[in-house]
Design a protein around this ligand. Structure first.
Ligand code: XMP
Length: 508
């Protein structure tokens, strides 16, 4: 990576957003926790200090040694600005009232490099409980709002700035200008971190790193693993061995369709039919975590067996993306495990494999853009997320081949309907759950006593929080009657109207 901005995270909910905005300017940046500052290499062109839920006045408040950044420009955002003022000898006090929401810059120094081409009265977004009451004598105030005396400052003899508002949220109308002023004009970044450049340099790096080594990788049909495999394939061709496992819990016809499209892409892929093995491992299990663990364990067994058939494998390829990496080193620590997500964890040690993760610096939307640059089929790139344990966690209670077949039919009608109605791309994820409940119905003159399915569709940006999708009644009505008419064994359809939190997206 030739140039980058270092973002130090003090725990703000907006830190990732700062990174996204900087990257939208085609400048590469990385987030690191404030207490694990990496050594500043010459490619670091500037540092941004994030916000924080803490107060600089708290005992043990997060802090940094500013002398580490003397050679590069620094921008403090919210808490970051308060920290710079506090460490410089200024006074940070609780605000008379919590300053939250929209405000307007009532004075603005246009001559200052940070605020160039910003307009007086421009709207900014405030979210802070403390305020900078007094700045040290070597600080110059460069913007104010009617209620915030120090909305922005510059340290006179240094390339150090602080802003009380959040340039990264869209409510700060000219926030992008300000960030551009900082990263491009002040730090001198070239704006050459483009998808084409990423693809080119990643393939070159992979070639150098992997040489003639053999790499094994599990594909899921999802966006991340597909894009990661394509990059590795472009670097080492047939030395990448892809494995796609049919766990018997995939969507209807998915195994063949995905296998075909991978073959069409030229990947060296092997499809493994392990349905019976999974059903045997799941037999009589009803408890969600027990089912997840059984699916995870069986997957590792199948994958391990297949991987051992390949001679001299040295690497395990993975589609890990940046949010997973940030999460694992975050200031707040990895979030509590609500559900155990299955992956190939444990395998690398067991097989003594090194790990290669070409996407571990990218956000999800950037992965999609890179996928597009690589020419990957848009239907693969636009696919909804699908959980590793598949329909296994959408069939409540024990799993049988027959229940899988029923749910596959229901899911296929629902997803097909979304596609036909142009709604598929409007929701973040959709699927159906088979409930362990039977209800009475009437078909013709006959009483029925059959299964209930629940449809679930959500809107979200990252799956961490989600709202139930407000699908049109007309659409739901059509899908419901289609399902009941066509899927034998189902006589009732309900729609899930729970948001996350407090519910989760999957039912198990
Ligand atoms: P929840 O149910 O926790 O799901 O709200 C959030 C997102 O994660 C997906 N999910 C999984 N993905 N392995 C995965 O690869 C898993 O075990 C797993 N469990 C849930 C879920 O589909 C949603 O997109």
């Amino acid at each position: 990576m030739s140039q980058q901005i270092l973002i130090l995270d003090f725990g703000s909910q907006y830190t990732q957003l700062i990174a996204r905005r900087v990257r939208e300017l085609n400048v590469y940046c990385e987030i690191h926790p404030f207490n694990k500052v990496p050594k500043l290499t010459p490619d670091v062109k500037g540092v941004i200090l994030s916000g924080s839920p803490c107060s600089v006045r708290d005992n043990g408040a997060p802090s940094v040694d500013m002398s580490a950044f003397e050679k590069v420009p620094v921008l403090g955002v919210c808490y970051g600005a308060q920290l710079i003022a506090h460490l410089g000898g200024g006074n940070v006090l609780p605000s008379q009232m919590r300053e939250y929401g929209r405000a307007r810059l009532s004075t603005l120094n246009h001559h200052n490099d940070l605020l160039k081409e910003m307009t007086l009265d421009t709207q900014v977004w405030m979210s802070h409980a403390d305020t900078i009451a007094a700045v040290p004598s070597n600080f110059e105030i460069i913007a104010t709002t009617p209620s915030v005396a120090v909305a922005a400052f510059k340290v006179k003899d240094k390339a150090v700035w602080g802003i009380q508002f959040h340039p990264e949220v869209t409510h700060t109308t000219e926030g992008k200008n300000l960030l551009r002023n900082f990263v491009v004009h002040i730090c001198g970044c070239a704006q050459d971190w483009t998808p084409d450049q990423f693809v080119e340099s990643t393939i070159a790096d992979l070639k150098a790193k992997l040489g003639n080594d053999q790499v094994v990788m599990a594909l899921s049909g999802g966006v991340d693993s597909t894009v990661a495999a394509t990059l590795i394939h472009k670097a080492i061709g047939k030395n990448l061995h892809c494995i796609f496992v049919d766990n018997g819990l995939l969507r209807k016809n998915e195994f063949q369709q995905v296998l075909d499209s991978y073959q069409h892409m030229g990947l060296n892929i092997k499809g493994v039919d392990a349905r019976e093995k999974f059903y045997a491992a799941l037999k009589d299990l009803t408890e969600p975590e027990a089912k997840r663990k059984a699916i995870g364990r069986t997957f590792i067994e199948v994958f391990d067996e297949e991987a051992h058939l390949i001679q001299d494998v040295k690497w395990l390829g993975q589609g890990t993306i940046y949010p997973d990496v940030i999460e694992s080193v975050s200031v707040n620590g990895p979030s509590q495990t609500i559900k155990s997500h299955h992956n190939v964890g444990g395998l690398p040690e067991k097989m003594k494999l090194k790990i290669v993760e070409p996407l571990n610096t990218l956000f999800k939307d950037e992965v999609r853009i890179v996928g597009k640059t690589l020419g990957i089929d848009p239907t693969i790139l636009g696919r909804h997320p699908f959980p590793g344990p598949g329909l296994g966690i959408r069939i409540l209670g024990d799993i049988t081949a027959d229940k899988v077949r029923i749910l596959q039919e229901v899911d296929s009608i629902f997803i097909g309907g979304l596609r036909e109605s142009g709604l598929y791309d409007k929701v973040w994820q959709a699927g159906a759950m088979l409930l362990p409940v039977q209800s009475v119905g009437v078909m013709g003159d006959e009483r029925t006593y059959e299964r209930v399915v629940s449809l679930r569709a959500v809107t979200s940006t990252d799956g961490m929080t989600a709202d139930w999708a407000h699908l049109p009644y007309e659409f739901l009505a059509n899908v419901s009657s289609d399902i009941i008419n066509k899927v034998k064994g189902v006589n009732r359809v309900v729609y899930d109207i729970s948001s996350k939190p407090p519910a989760t997206i999957e039912w198990e």
